[in-house]
Ligand binder design. Structure first.
Ligand code: ADP
Length: 262
């Protein structure tokens, strides 16, 4: 806290990148990566946007390679920068491209930050309108360092409506506010389960929790994403719902969020 009151360390922009949007969550497993992927694709679908990048900063459990159906090692450019792997027109970079999927990585704090620094800056991103960063879950030093290291246009916070997830989401929001990162709003994920057979709706994680939290903290709810098997299956298959089934109501929920972010 003292460090913050003395002013923030200097943030260095990433050359060529206009806007950095981070997708964060207070805890794991709430759908942060799924949101980051579909948000990046949703942003790229807009007429106003030419190029989008996606950085997987979740070095502990990189899931972008699988969700974007990408693998392999990035080649190096003439200036020795890593060339991002591309699918669905999104330039992607992830620790998962640099290490074997099965290789256990024992990270120490500083290593994590230097790995993320490399994934951010030693990459030939080219000209990007938006770089979406899938943050590691939680609100520790790594999240704080990223926020202090690059100028961030805004943060999207993903939470389920469940109380415990909301407590963590609140902590996340407060962290961003402390380092002056604008919070674009909250995504309420898995808000309602719609039975694919009978269309009955169940609020498995409670109802409207994220909405109330957003109201208390004074920021917007960018959208609600239903708990839907189509989202899980398409993610696992590496063909995210926004590209594989853009007319579905699940895809439209992500597209709405993208339009709020733009
Ligand atoms: P996190 O990044 O927060 O750890 P993930 O995005 O990896 O979470 O999601 C965790 C699991 O939940 C994944 O298997 C994903 O496919 C699934 N999932 C996420 N959001 C939804 C949703 N709205 N409906 C169904 N499954 C979802």
């Amino acid at each position: 806290a003292q460090l913050m009151s003395r002013g923030l360390p200097k943030q260095k922009p990433i050359p060529g990148v206009k806007h950095v949007v981070v997708v964060a969550s207070g805890k794991g497993g709430v759908g942060k990566s799924t949101t980051a992927v579909n948000l990046a694709l949703g942003i790229a679908a807009s007429d106003q946007v030419k190029a989008v990048g996606l950085l997987d900063a979740d070095v502990y459990g990189p899931s972008i390679p699988r969700m974007m159906n990408l693998k392999g090692n990035p080649e190096l450019s003439k200036n020795n920068l890593m060339i991002p792997l591309v699918n669905y027109s999104i330039k992607c970079m992830s620790m998962g491209f640099l290490v074997e999927e099965t290789a256990p990585i024992v990270w120490r704090g500083l290593m994590v930050m230097s790995a993320i620094e490399k994934l951010l800056r030693q990459v030939d991103w080219g000209e990007l309108d938006y770089l979406v960063i899938d943050m590691p879950p939680g609100t520790g030093d790594v999240q704080l360092s990223i926020s202090q290291n690059v100028p961030i246009s805004g943060a999207v916070i993903v939470s389920t409506p469940q109380d415990i997830a909301l407590v963590d989401a609140r902590r996340g929001a407060e962290m961003f506010q402390k380092v002056n990162v604008p919070i674009l709003g909250l995504v309420q994920n898995m808000s309602v389960f719609q039975c694919p057979k009978c269309n009955h709706e169940t609020h498995i994680f409670g109802e409207e929790g994220a909405r109330r939290l957003a109201e208390t903290l004074g920021f917007d709810v960018l959208g609600d994403i239903p708990l839907h098997i189509n989202i899980r299956e398409t993610s696992d298959q590496g063909r995210p719902v926004v590209v594989s089934d853009p007319q579905s109501s699940e895809a439209k929920a992500y597209l709405k969020i993208a339009s709020e972010v733009l």
